[in-house]
Design a protein around this ligand. Structure first.
Ligand SMILES: *[C@@H]1O[C@H](CO)[C@@H](O)[C@H](O)[C@H]1NC(C)=O
Ligand SMILES: *[C@@H]1O[C@H](CO)[C@@H](O)[C@H](O)[C@H]1NC(C)=O
Ligand SMILES: *[C@@H]1O[C@H](CO)[C@@H](O)[C@H](O)[C@H]1NC(C)=O
Ligand SMILES: *[C@@H]1O[C@H](CO)[C@@H](O)[C@H](O)[C@H]1NC(C)=O
Ligand SMILES: *[C@@H]1O[C@H](CO)[C@@H](O)[C@H](O)[C@H]1NC(C)=O
Ligand SMILES: *[C@@H]1O[C@H](CO)[C@@H](O)[C@H](O)[C@H]1NC(C)=O
Length: 596
């Protein structure tokens, strides 16, 4: 069915169906103030088509969460007994009455079974309809919104559903979602034509007791290579296998494309054994990998993530649907919800990479809570299936997504403009492993390392002991009112995040950001999975219950540095867990001894 052609008929029919009855009385489902920076422009064209997604409540998410924690807790008898795709889908399937009620409502608006598509578990219903029809169904008013940096979106600040559907619909998007998922890299440190790593200094090696052979090459204090990371994190000499069924992946969004020629230059320079090997590209939602437009972020993630884990088979997911959205073309609007497209896609796959790294995120407060919770719960489904998800913690300390502390605006989004620290999402999701940043050898926290406390998600019990110890040691009244002591605290871990030598447009290039840290940590997790799978053990899966239970073993505690933002010095890296570097950076050799 083509909605554009039947739209007029529907408009004419609408008055006939609008019989006043309790069933058709609409009640507000969600209403927000547009986040700072967005300005309302024209009304959206009524015939512009949007991809509407309707989330039905998952019947048994609490039980899924219980399974997740049991199979991820090393002291539990079910540790490692990950769930199958079918088992997960059964737990999150909507109740039949939710499906029936939502379908009846759609049918009343001329939308029938054949127009719908469903997520594998049936917990999402998707349909492409004109804005005019969405406005009718949702008692909403869509406008074109423009951000001060030029991005445009078609959104409404409020939507309603019939009274009787409130219990059967968790959320509908695109409606109130204004977030833009930026690549988390600090462009201020993006320097092209940096001397290749061969030009090292003659300075004596730096003594680092936890490193391989107790030493790290002096050049690593200025330039990070794959060899530096293997020395520093005690993994020199570990050789993984290509054919154990182990797999690593990184995600790409926002037209960030990973370049094959740059990869070969990188391998020739840093991982000679990997020359001529490559990664597999999987396109999600029409994502491209245009070799004429290499992306610094995508090159970084693939070069380091796959350089560390070579020869473990590797995948680059390129997800389409990125801004800028141009509202006058005749195709359906992109929804600017790339995580959902990606997570829908991977959840539909029977076999998944055991390790997946993502270096994108946005301020938590720009994401509607209902949406953040739903996406976070999707990450729990991946964890239950044995996947480790690493996310970068953000590049602006305790502040907002603006990497320049001078222009940071740490304002609450509730219309009151309160000053507060701004946590990042998905970094704040309790079901992912969030990676902060360090610099130099020996390591210290890097100033931009994102860290803090969620306003959406409560502190998960796996981190209570460490986080409460950190909070107890803070001087009374420290940053009172600026952060939420009861929220999920992050990062969980850290890794180097400055002076990375990548290849970009054929040139050696210096790059920085927690975007360096997430694929680095993931690369080593993939090596740990190699060791486990070769020993006949299941993959590590959701990592946090394990790593917090080790009470510091397997990690190098980072105890210096802080993460300023919002006009404050931010938090300090301290002994034990802290909201700058988490539990610290990994000691691969020691950790492997503990888990295999
Ligand atoms: C590493 O670099 C930092 C910053 O440039 C410097 O302060 C420190 O002395 C260097 N460390 C060593 C061991 O050279
Ligand atoms: C890579 O492939 C090229 C062209 O086939 C070949 O000449 C070269 O020896 C290969 N290098 C390695 C390290 O396998
Ligand atoms: C790839 O990028 C180039 C350079 O921007 C552009 O001319 C070309 O159309 C793009 N190709 C595709 C398939 O989008
Ligand atoms: C909050 O800031 C916005 C944008 O600068 C401004 O329009 C609004 O009036 C402010 N609200 C309050 C309560 O100060
Ligand atoms: C603090 O976090 C909790 C979740 O732990 C949340 O329920 C509460 O609303 C948050 N408070 C604020 C002021 O955001
Ligand atoms: C960080 O450490 C400095 C120096 O010891 C101290 O003055 C400051 O209060 C600490 N900040 C926090 C948030 O604990």
């Amino acid at each position: 069915m083509r909605y554009s052609s039947i739209w007029t008929a529907l408009v004419l029919a609408a008055s006939a169906v609008a019989v006043p009855s309790p069933k058709t009385s609409l009640r507000v489902k969600e209403s927000i103030a547009a986040p700072r920076g967005w300005v309302k422009r024209d009304v959206a064209p009524r015939d512009l088509r949007i991809n509407l997604r309707i989330a039905l409540p998952q019947s048994n998410f609490p039980l899924l969460e219980q399974h997740l924690y049991e199979v991820s807790d090393p002291s539990h008898e079910r540790y490692g007994a990950h769930l199958s795709q079918a088992e997960v889908n059964e737990l999150i399937a909507p109740r039949p009455e939710s499906v029936e009620n939502v379908k009846a409502w759609l049918a009343a608006h001329g939308i029938h079974q054949e127009d719908l598509s469903h997520s594998p578990a049936g917990d999402w219903i998707k349909v492409t309809i004109p804005v005019g029809l969405a406005e009718e169904m949702l008692d909403a008013k869509y406008h074109i919104w423009e951000h001060s940096d030029g991005d445009t979106l078609v959104r409404t600040t409020s939507y309603s559903v019939p009274e009787h559907l409130h219990e059967h619909v968790e959320l509908i998007q695109p409606t109130t979602l204004f977030s833009r998922f930026r690549g988390m890299k600090t462009t201020s440190h993006f320097v092209q034509n940096k001397a290749p790593s061969a030009a090292t200094t003659d300075a004596p090696a730096i003594n680092v007791p936890s490193a391989s052979n107790g030493q790290v090459d002096a050049s690593c204090n200025n330039t990070i290579t794959v060899t530096c990371l293997k020395e520093l994190y005690n993994a020199v000499g570990y050789t993984p296998l290509a054919n154990t069924g182990n797999h690593i992946a990184v995600t790409g969004y926002l037209d960030q494309f990973a370049n094959f020629e740059d990869l070969q230059l990188f391998f020739a320079d840093q991982v000679p054994a990997a020359v001529n090997s490559s990664f597999n590209v999987i396109s999600v939602n029409g994502g491209q990998n245009n070799q004429s437009e290499p992306g610094g972020e995508a090159n970084l993630d693939t070069q380091f993530g796959f350089g560390i884990s070579h020869p473990i088979p590797a995948t680059f997911y390129t997800t389409g649907g990125s801004p800028p959205f141009i509202p006058d073309i005749g195709t359906p609007t992109d929804t600017n919800e790339p995580y959902l497209d990606w997570v829908d896609f991977v959840l539909s796959q029977p076999n998944l990479p055991q390790t997946i790294s993502t270096s994108y995120g946005d301020d938590e407060q720009t994401v509607p809570f209902s949406f953040a919770q739903r996406v976070c719960n999707s990450f729990a489904q991946l964890g239950a299936r044995g996947v480790t998800l690493t996310f970068s913690s953000g590049d602006s300390g305790v502040g907002d997504g603006d990497p320049d502390p001078a222009t940071q605006e740490c304002f609450s989004n509730d219309g009151l403009n309160r000053t507060e620290f701004l946590p990042a999402f998905p970094a704040s999701c309790p079901f992912v492993t969030t990676v902060g940043g360090t610099v130099n050898v020996p390591e210290t926290a890097i100033f931009f390392s994102g860290g803090g406390f969620s306003n959406f998600f409560a502190q998960p019990s796996y981190q209570s002991a460490q986080v409460e110890a950190y909070l107890a040691a803070l001087a009374p009244g420290t940053f009172a009112g600026l952060f939420n002591r009861s929220g999920r605290a992050y990062p969980d871990v850290a890794a180097q995040a400055d002076n990375f030598l990548i290849f970009f447009e054929g040139q050696p290039t210096d790059i920085a950001g927690t975007s360096c840290a997430a694929p680095t940590f993931a690369g080593f997790v993939s090596l740990l999975n190699d060791a486990r799978i070769r020993a006949g053990m299941p993959s590590l899966g959701f990592l946090n219950p394990l790593i917090y239970s080790l009470k510091g073993a397997g990690f190098n505690d980072i105890t210096t540095g802080n993460n300023p933002g919002c006009g404050t010095p931010g938090f300090n890296a301290t002994e034990g867990w802290d909201p700058v570097t988490g539990l610290g950076t990994l000691n691969f050799g020691e950790l492997k001894g503990l888990i295999v």
